[in-house]
Design a binder for this molecule. Sequence first.
Ligand code: COA
Length: 723
Amino acid sequence: MYQGDIFTLTRKAGIAELEINTPDSPVNVFSRKAIAELSQVLDVLEHAELSGLMIVSGKDSFLAGADIKEFTDVFSSGGEAIAAHLTPNIQNFQRLQSLPFATVAVINKLALGGGLEMALACDYRVADTGARIGLPETRLGIIPGWGGTVRLLRIAGLDTALEWIATAKEASAADALKAHVLDAVVAQDELRGCAAELLRRCAQGEMDYELRRQQKNQPLALNPIESGLAFESAKAFIAQKAGRHYPAPLAALEAIREAATKSALEAAESELAYFIQVAQTDTAKALSGLFIADQALSKKARQWQAKASVKTAKLAVVGAGIMGGGIACQSALKGLPVALKDINQKGIDLGLQEAASVLGRRVEKGKMSVAALAEALTRIQPTLNDQPLATADVVVEAVVENIAVKKTVLADVEAQLPATAVLSSNTSTISITELATALTRPEQFCGLHFFNPVHAMPLVEVIRGAKTSDDTVARAVECAGALGKKAVVVNDCAGFLVNRVLFAYFAGFAALLDDGVDFTHIDAAMVRWGWPMGPAHLLDVVGLDTAEHAEATMANAFPERMGRTNPSPTTILYQAGLLGQKGGKGFYCYEKDKRGRPQKTPNPDAVQMLNIQSTAKPDDETIVLRMMAPLVNELCRTLQEGIVGSVAEADMAMIYGLGFPAHRGGVLRWVDSIGVRQFCEQLNTLRQYGPLYQTEPMMSELAEQGASFYGSAATSATLNPSH
Ligand code: COA
C-alpha cells in the first residue's frame, strides 16, 4: 500500500500492517524524514477500506523516540521553528487517533518518548514481557511534545502521568500493564497474534475502540480540591528532586495541570507552548548535546572492545586497600571472579570490609538480596600468595601511590603472570611509560584508573603508555566494560586527563585563597553553579594527604602553571596534621549531629592558618570564572597534546570522572554556550593572575575564526590517530 525508506504499509485480509524500519540505525527514531513519510502513510490509510491497523517494528525494538541528533539545530532556531518542527507529528498522531478503524501498537523491547507517544495515539498497546516503556524527555531537558502529556494523563491517570513524565521513568511491561498504559503483555512470538485478535474483536463489535477515543478527547473529570492538592504536593516533590538547574520536570507538571482541564486539542496547544519554553533553555541544549557526546564515548569503547583478543574471565587486584577493595567489589557485583591479593592480612581485611560495606548498603537500599550479596562475596578470592595470579586475564595493581613501590610490585607481579595477561596500574598520577620501565612486557601494560568510590563513579581512564599495544588497550577497555564502567582511552602524562585538569582547577582555588577569599564562600558559589561539592569540600573528601601528594606530582610535571613558591593551602593544612574528611578535620570539621547525620562546619583552625579575610568576597561570576578558567585551559592543552581524542570524550570524562554539572553539557560545551570569543575576552581580564589564566592557542584560534569546540571539524574529529 505504501513503500517509503522508513515506513512500509502492507495489507493482509483487511488488516493493514505498518512497519517502521529506520535505515542505517540500530534503533527506530522519528526523524524529519520519518515524520514526512508517516504523513503520506496516513493519506493512504484515511482512504483505505480496512478493518484495523497494527504498527510494528522491523527491528528488535519498537521506537526510541524523536531523533535527538536533530535537536541542537531545532532548539537554536527560535520558537516558531520549534513549533514548525513539532506540528506535523502532532497532527500525524491526531490523524492516527481518528482513523476509521481500530489501531494497535505492537511494542517489542522498547517504546520511548515519541515511540510511546505514537503508541498512545493508537487505541490499544501490546508489549512483550521484557519491554521497557516511558517518556524520558525530561532527562533531555524537554517535555513530551507530540501529545504525551495529554494522552498519558487520560489513559493512565494523574499519578502515573506525573510520575512517569516528571521523573523520566522507564517502566517495565508489568508495571505499564498495571498502570493501564498497556492492554496486554505476552511473549515476543505471540505479539502479532495478540494484536490481530484485538483488531478482530474490535471489527466484530466485541470491543469498543471508539469509547477509548472519547476518553482521550475529553478533559479529565477531576475533583478540583483533590487534584489541586495532588499537584501542589507533586510540585514540591518534583522541584526538590530536580533542583533549580533542571526546569523541564516542573514544566511537565504545569503542562499536565493544564491538560487535565482542557479538551485534547487545547491541551496539545498548551503542551507545545511549554515545550517551546523548555527547548530554548541552555539546559535542554546541554542535555541533548550530552546524549550525543555520551553515545560518541560509548561507540569508541565498543570499537575497542570488538578488537580485544581475549575477554576478561578472571580479574586479579593487587593491593587490597579502599581502591583495591572497591575494584574487587565491583568485579564481584558484575559477576566477574576476582582474586584480591595483599602482602598482609590487615590489608585483605580492609579490602574485604570495603567490599562488604558497599554491598551491604545495596542490600539496605533494596537493590540486592542478602543471598545475592553472599554469592557476590564468594566471587572474591582473598589471597596472601601469588598463586591465583597465574590464572588471571587482567591484573590491576592498586598499591600505595609511590613510584618506587609500584615499580617493585609491578615487576614482581609480572613474573607470576601467564604470558598472555594484561597488567595495569590504578595509579592516579604516575606516568605509565615510566612505570613500564620496570617491566619485561611493557606492551602488555597500561593504566586502568578507577575513581573513588569505585562503585559510584562511572568512569575509568584507560591510559596508553609509550609502549602499550593496541590489543592491551582493547582488553583494558573490554575489562572496564565488563565491570560496568565507561572507558575513556587517554595518552600518558602526569595526572592523565582527569586529575591533570582537576589539579589545574585546584591551582585556581589556591590562587583565590592566596587572595584571602573564604573557602566556604567559594564552595557555596561553585555548588550554586551546579557542582556536587565545592573545591575545599572535594579536597577534604579526596583526603589532604592524597591531595598533597598528587599536587606535588602535578607541580613537578607542570611547574609553570601548577608550581608554587609558597606552600599551597592543601600543604599548609596537611602539614598541620589535618587529613580531611577521613580524619574528621580539614577545611571543614566533620561531626555527627544528635541523630547521627554527618555535619560539616568550617574549621576555625583552617580559617586561621589560611589567613582568610572575611572582607574578600568576590561575586559568584568572578569565582566561577577564576575556578573554571584554569580547568578549561588545561582541558584544551590535553586536546592539543592528544592526551584525549575528542571534544566529546573530554567533556564526558569531566562529567563522569569529576561530577562536572551535567546541565552545563560538559566543560567545552559550556564554553561554546558562552561563545569561545566571549570566553577568551573574559579570560583576558584575568591575565594578571599568571600562566594558569593565559588563553590556550587552540581556544584563541577558535575565537579568531568565530568557531566553537563542537562546531569545528578540527576539534570534533579524532585528534590523535592513536586513540
Ligand atoms: N535519537 C537518535 N539516535 C538515537 C536515539 C534517539 N532517540 N536513541 C538511540 N539512538 C542511537 C544512538 O545514538 C546509537 O547510535 P550509534 O550506533 O550511531 O552510536 C544507536 O541508536 C544505539 O543506541 P545505544 O544507546 O548504543 O543502544 P542501546 O541498546 O544501549 O540503548 C536506547 C538504546 C534507545 C535505550 C538508548 O539509546 C536511549 O536511551 N536512547 C534515547 C531514548 C530517548 O531519550 N528517547 C526520547 C527522545 S525525545
